[in-house]
Design a protein around this ligand. Structure first.
Ligand SMILES: [Zn+2]
Length: 344
C-alpha cells in the first residue's frame, strides 16, 4: 500500500490572563459542529512558531500575547495520509484589541474560562487530545512530553469499537437513583483487544497529570487499572469498598502515593469516586484525576457528590435518572432489572 504522508505544522497556545483564566475559541468544524479549541493555527511560509501564535491570537480573538518559549505539549495527529505536528505553548496576555467578527470565519467566538471550566469544555471537544493535556501541563510543569494520536484509528476506534455497545436499556438501580439505561463497561471484558485499546486511551488522558500511583477500584475498575498501571509504568494500589458499610474500605497492592490517578469503569452519581478520594485523602494522598470508561451525564438530575478533581471519560452517556420515589418506570409497574455484566 502506498501511503504518502504529508506533514503540516500547527502551533497552538494556552493564553492565561492575570487571574489565571484561559483563552478558548469556539470553532466551526468541517461537519458544521461547534467545538471549543485553543487559539492557534497553521504555520505560514516564512513564519516561525512564535510569529504564527502572535498572528493567530490577534486574528482569532484580538488578544495580543508576548512571544513565548514555553512548550507545554507536543502531539502528532494523523488524519488519513496527513500528519499534523501540533506544538502547544503557554503564553501570557499582553493586551486586547477590538476585533470585528467576519462572516464565514472558522472561529465564531472566544471566551476566557477558569481552568476548571476549560477542562470541562475540552472534555467534549473534538480536539480534547490537544486541549486537555495542555491544560493539565499548565500546572507548574516545565517539561513536556510527546504523544502520537491517530485520529483515524485510536480515538475513533475508541468511540466505535472500544466503547461500541456502551449501554443497555432497562430499569436499573444505580447508587441512589433509578435509570432507564445503564453504561455497560463490562462489555469490554468480552474482548481483550478492546480492553487494551480502552486502557491505552485512558492512559493518554491520565499521563499529563504526572500521577505517581494508579488506584483501581475493585472489582469493576480493576481490568482497566491494571493495564493503565502497566502502560504508565506506575505502581498499582487497589481500593476495595465494602458494599454494605459505605465508610469502610481496604487497600491492597502498593501504598497510596502522593498523586493518585483513580481508574474505574463507570462514573454515575460520583458516589464511588467521592468515597475513593476520601480514602486516599485519609491516607495523606491526593487524587489528581478520576478516569473512567463511561461517565453518565445526567439529563434530569444533578450529581449528588461533589468531585473536586477533573473527571475524564472515554465516553459520555447522556442518561435520565430519578429518585426511586419519582421514578416513572416504578410508577408504571416496571420491575427492576438485574444489572448486566453481573452474575449474582
Ligand atoms: Zn424505578
Amino acid at each position: 500500500m502506498n501511503t504518502t504522508v504529508s506533514r503540516r505544522k500547527i502551533a497552538a497556545t494556552v493564553v492565561t490572563d492575570a487571574a489565571g483564566k484561559v483563552l478558548t475559541v469556539t470553532q466551526k468544524r468541517h461537519n458544521g459542529q461547534l467545538t471549543v479549541a485553543l487559539p492557534g493555527g497553521h504555520q505560514e511560509d516564512g513564519e516561525n512558531e512564535m510569529q504564527t501564535l502572535v498572528r493567530e491570537c490577534i486574528e482569532e480573538t484580538g488578544v495580543s500575547i508576548a512571544p513565548t518559549e514555553s512548550l507545554l505539549y507536543q502531539v502528532a495527529v494523523s488524519h488519513g495520509p496527513t500528519q499534523y505536528d501540533v506544538n502547544v505553548y503557554a503564553s501570557t496576555l499582553k493586551g486586547v484589541y477590538p476585533r470585528q467578527q467576519r462572516s464565514g470565519e472558522r472561529v465564531v467566538s472566544w471566551s476566557w474560562l477558569t481552568r476548571e471550566e476549560a477542562i470541562r469544555a475540552f472534555s467534549t471537544s473534538s480536539v480534547r487530545h490537544i486541549g486537555e493535556p495542555a491544560l493539565a501541563r499548565l500546572e507548574g510543569n516545565t517539561h513536556h512530553q510527546s504523544w502520537r494520536y491517530d485520529a483515524s484509528s485510536a480515538y475513533l476506534q475508541a468511540q466505535k469499537a472500544v466503547v461500541g455497545p456502551v449501554s443497555e436499556p432497562g430499569h436499573f438501580a444505580v447508587g441512589d437513583y433509578h435509570t432507564e439505561q445503564l453504561g455497560v463497561p463490562a462489555l469490554y471484558l468480552k474482548d481483550a483487544d478492546s480492553l487494551s485499546r480502552a486502557a491505552m486511551e485512558l492512559s493518554r488522558m491520565v499521563a499529563p497529570y504526572r500521577s505517581d500511583t494508579v488506584v483501581g477500584i475493585a472489582v469493576g475498575g480493576l481490568p482497566l487499572a491494571v493495564l493503565c498501571a502497566q502502560i504508565l509504568r506506575l505502581p498499582l494500589a487497589i481500593v476495595e469498598h465494602d458494599a454494605t458499610a459505605t465508610s469502610s474500605a481496604r487497600t491492597r497492592g502498593a501504598g497510596l502515593g502522593n498523586r493518585c490517578a483513580v481508574i474505574d469503569s463507570t462514573f454515575h452519581s460520583g458516589a464511588t469516586a467521592r468515597r475513593t478520594i476520601d480514602v486516599v485523602n485519609s491516607m495523606n494522598g491526593t487524587v489528581s484525576l478520576v478516569a473512567v470508561a463511561t461517565q453518565s451525564i445526567p439529563l434530569n438530575t444533578h450529581t449528588d457528590y461533589d468531585i473536586d478533581v477533573p473527571v475524564h471519560a472515554l465516553h459520555h452517556l447522556p442518561i435520565h435518572s430519578w429518585n426511586p420515589s419519582e421514578c416513572p418506570l416504578c410508577q408504571t409497574g416496571v420491575p427492576l432489572d438485574e444489572r448486566p455484566g453481573r452474575n449474582e
